[in-house]
Design a protein around this ligand. Structure first.
Ligand code: FE2
Length: 314
């Protein structure tokens, strides 16, 4: 698996699939190490299109970790140490396996978060990039949808943009209303290790410089400096904006497909159309270490509780 195929980058095609974000990539074989030109091209494409999809990539965990590493240092699976969800020898891989969820919760569940979210914005440095590889997916159903947080910001009236740029919001597991049951494993783990951070409501993307509407229903619990009712009303408005279908792309998984997304510039929604079907869905997630967000005023995010989540040093 160390063979380097000196594949000219111009053989790679990148085809946009929605108005704001999302592209399908062809002409890349992830079984082999990619040359520098192709890696550069894919990195640029990721920041441009925010979600890239690769089809028919029959690779293993090691190759997925190598691919993820092209975009930055690869972290362990999860800051709450869900190592029992990682395959043996690959602590970087988080298993998204409907069979595991079913045995834990006693009911059908196809993802640990069946609602709109960014990955782990409870952290002071949420993952920059996420990779998800499909192993077993149903013939129909189980699509993932992403939305473009820069487009959502740019779609706001300028008066509202200016107002939001001075605000910061608290992010914690579960957001305003944790969806898990009291006494469940999720309840126990998140209570035992509280991870809480304050992020700018408008974040400046460190690579593209774009302003992002940086809140999400999965983690954002309140806007600082507002009364609870005001915070809830404003969050309702912002959540409606960032989940406007106009800003989304919905992608169908196929076996051996790989999705990679900019976790700073997008939110995503796991499927909720499978509960009535008797199907299995198994995907493998890896993440790239993130930076600490910075607001328009240059102020960085602040950790209220919990440590930054770094990739382990080589
Ligand atoms: Fe996610």
């Amino acid at each position: 698996m160390t063979e380097i195929i000196d594949r000219p980058a111009e053989t790679v095609t990148i085809e946009p699939i929605a108005g704001y974000l999302g592209a399908e990539v062809a002409g890349v074989d992830l079984r082999y190490e990619l040359d520098r030109a192709t890696r550069r091209l894919l990195t640029d494409a990721l920041y441009e299109h925010k979600v890239l999809f690769f089809r028919d990539q029959e690779i293993d965990h090691a190759a997925q970790i190598r691919f993820t590493g092209y975009f930055g240092p690869v972290t362990d699976a999860h800051p709450l140490g869900y190592t029992d969800k990682s395959p043996a020898g690959y602590p970087q891989v988080l298993e998204v396996d409907s069979r595991t969820y079913a045995s834990r919760s006693g009911s059908r569940q196809y993802s640990y978060a069946n609602h709109w979210h960014q990955d782990v914005t409870a952290l002071v440095n949420p993952p920059a990039i996420t990779v998800l590889r499909a192993e077993l997916v149903p013939e129909v159903g189980g699509d993932t949808t992403w939305a473009d947080l820069a487009a959502a910001y740019e779609g706001l009236p300028s008066s509202l943009q200016r107002f939001l740029e001075g605000l910061y919001a608290e992010n914690r597991f579960g957001g305003r209303e944790p969806r898990w049951v009291r006494g469940s494993e999720s309840d126990a783990v998140t209570s035992a290790t509280p991870i809480i951070s304050e992020h700018p409501v408008v974040r400046v993307h460190p690579v593209t410089g774009k302003k992002l509407l940086y809140v999400n229903p999965g983690f954002t619990s309140r806007i600082l400096g507002l009364r609870p009712a005001q915070s809830d009303t404003l969050l309702d408005l912002l959540f409606a904006e960032i989940t406007d279908p106009a800003y989304t792309v919905r992608i169908r998984w196929t076996p051996n497909s790989i999705g990679i997304w900019d976790n700073r510039a997008t939110i995503h929604q796991a499927p909720s159309d499978l509960g009535h079907l008797d199907v299995v869905r198994v995907l493998h997630r890896t993440t790239v270490e993130g930076d600490v967000p910075v607001g328009v005023d240059g102020r960085p995010s602040r950790s209220v509780s919990g440590e930054p989540f770094y990739a382990r040093s080589a």
